[in-house]
Design a protein around this ligand. Structure first.
Ligand SMILES: Nc1nc2c(ncn2[C@@H]2O[C@H](COP(=O)(O)OP(=O)(O)OP(=O)(O)O)[C@@H](O)[C@H]2O)c(=O)[nH]1
Ligand SMILES: [K+]
Ligand SMILES: [Mg+2]
Length: 421
């Protein structure tokens, strides 16, 4: 591995900007600018110099290979947060033979050096993208290695089962067929149950990670856009008394008490001669069908039954005008019922994620399913077949944590990383 560097803090003006170096020679490069840095993990306050030229006054520290984020020798330069300083220090480092790092390259090195497994890398990526508390918590658990620890436990069960199968084979006696001990099947059944449980929490965790889509639908002039604006506390969408005002789907991202929710304002549903409005209505239906939940908006409490699904919410809008009817009464004008509606929406979505596990990526779920499937129908088979099933399941768990087959995923994962991470 060569020596790479990048600004670890966002580029731009700020209090401090940190340049991180990783790879063999990190310490020496830092010392060329800062002078002697005798001890690892000690912060030295130094004047950085490029030849005779003073570059900045900085806090400098380094970490030995094996005890850094990347697993390589790492140095950090904490500079004054001016872009020109970071640029100038960067060019001095380049002159010393360091190369600017690519997006996610530090994390990639951490993975390649065994400091993180693939599920942790995915968790770290999720953490960088998290917007709400629920997303942050899930990502932090994943980045902290929870899935890898579970996988280790499962592997141990497989190793033990494999050893018992081996021991059951009597090579000396060809006459009597070998029998796999019951303990093996007990172990594999327990493992299968664990895997099933983890798999069953996948969809909920995925929802938690990616967030929910909630479509706001109803007849023209029902007050959909007004409601969205009220919730957003700003003019997200055009409002008018002309039916058919909204055409395109307008998205409003919300942090609903920790849950990530995208509200979709949609065109009023009706048959129309207007070509463009018709396109909007079609799109409204499509997005409404694909959404996790729908708010059906109607001053009279009517719903489009073709789009009604279990768990949807009927909202009786313009409650300041019409005093009674079915549905949750809400007025975008007075604000009545808005908090209650958001609370109800939160509670329903929270129900959907109640069983969330730690597995939140399709890749991870697929590896777990493969492991489970490898063990399906394991009872009453000869030892050679049982041993082969155990090997297959172990390979799937290896894939889960990226011990094998990680290459094809790394590039995809690191596209969401920034330079310096
Ligand atoms: N009194 C009262 N008027 C409302 C309320 N909500 C919306 N309106 C009025 O109803 C009309 C239609 O509101 P919009 O928010 O544009 O309705 P929409 O459902 O988005 O309409 P389209 O986009 O055309 O489908 C406007 O004149 C709003 O001012 C409300 O809570 N109370
Ligand atoms: K309207
Ligand atoms: Mg509208």
């Amino acid at each position: 591995m060569d020596l790479v560097f990048a600004e670890a803090t966002p580029s731009g003006r700020g209090g401090v900007s940190v340049i991180r170096l990783s790879g063999p020679g990190s310490r020496r490069a830092a010392e060329r600018l800062a002078g002697d840095l005798p001890q690892p993990r000690h912060a030295y306050f130094r004047t950085l110099r490029d030849g005779r030229e003073e570059l900045d006054q900085a806090l400098v520290l380094w970490f030995e290979a094996g005890s850094s984020f990347t697993g390589e020798e790492v140095a950090e330069l904490h500079l004054h947060g001016a872009p020109v300083v970071a640029r100038r220090v960067g060019s001095a480092l380049a002159a010393l033979g360091a190369r600017p790092a690519e997006a996610g390259e530090f994390t990639r090195r951490a993975f390649l050096n065994g400091r993180m497994d693939l599920a942790e890398v995915e968790g770290l990526g999720d953490l960088l993208e998290a917007e709400t508390d629920a997303q942050r918590r899930l990502a932090l658990r994943a980045a902290g290695g929870e899935l890898g620890r579970k996988a280790d436990g499962w592997r141990e069960m497989l190793i033990r089962a494999g050893a018992l199968v081996e021991a059951s084979v009597d090579f000396a006696d060809e006459e009597v067929p070998d029998e796999v001990p019951d303990e093996v099947f007990d172990l594999l059944r327990r493992l299968t149950t664990d895997l099933e449980q983890e798999i069953s929490g996948f969809r909920a965790a995925e929802r938690l990670r990616t967030g929910f889509e909630v479509a706001v639908i109803g007849a023209p002039n029902a007050g959909k856009s007004s409601l969205i604006n009220r919730i957003a506390r700003r003019e997200v969408a055009l409002v008018s008394d002309i039916a058919g005002t909204t055409r395109d789907v307008i998205e409003l991202r919300l942090d609903l008490r920790g849950l990530a929710v995208t509200l979709l304002d949609t065109a009023g549903l009706r048959a129309t001669e207007d070509h463009v409005e018709g396109l909007g209505v079609r799109r409204a239906r499509e997005r409404a069908e694909a959404a996790d939940l729908r708010l059906h908006i109607s001053p009279e409490g009517h719903v489009d039954s073709a789009l009604w699904r279990d768990g949807d919410i009927l909202v009786r809008s313009k409650s300041d005008l019409i005093a009674q009817g079915d549905g949750l009464a809400v007025s975008a004008l007075s604000g009545e019922g808005i908090e209650g509606l958001l609370a109800e929406l939160h509670d329903r979505l929270a129900l959907c994620v109640a069983g969330a596990g730690i597995v939140s990526h399709e890749r991870q779920a697929a590896a777990l399913r493969d492991a489970r499937d490898a063990l399906a129908g394991v009872s009453d088979l000869p030892p050679e077949l049982v041993a082969e099933m155990i090997r297959q399941a172990a390979a799937s768990l290896d894939r889960l944590v990226g011990r094998i087959g990680a290459e094809e995923y790394l590039d995809v994962i690191f596209t969401s990383f920034c330079i310096g991470k």
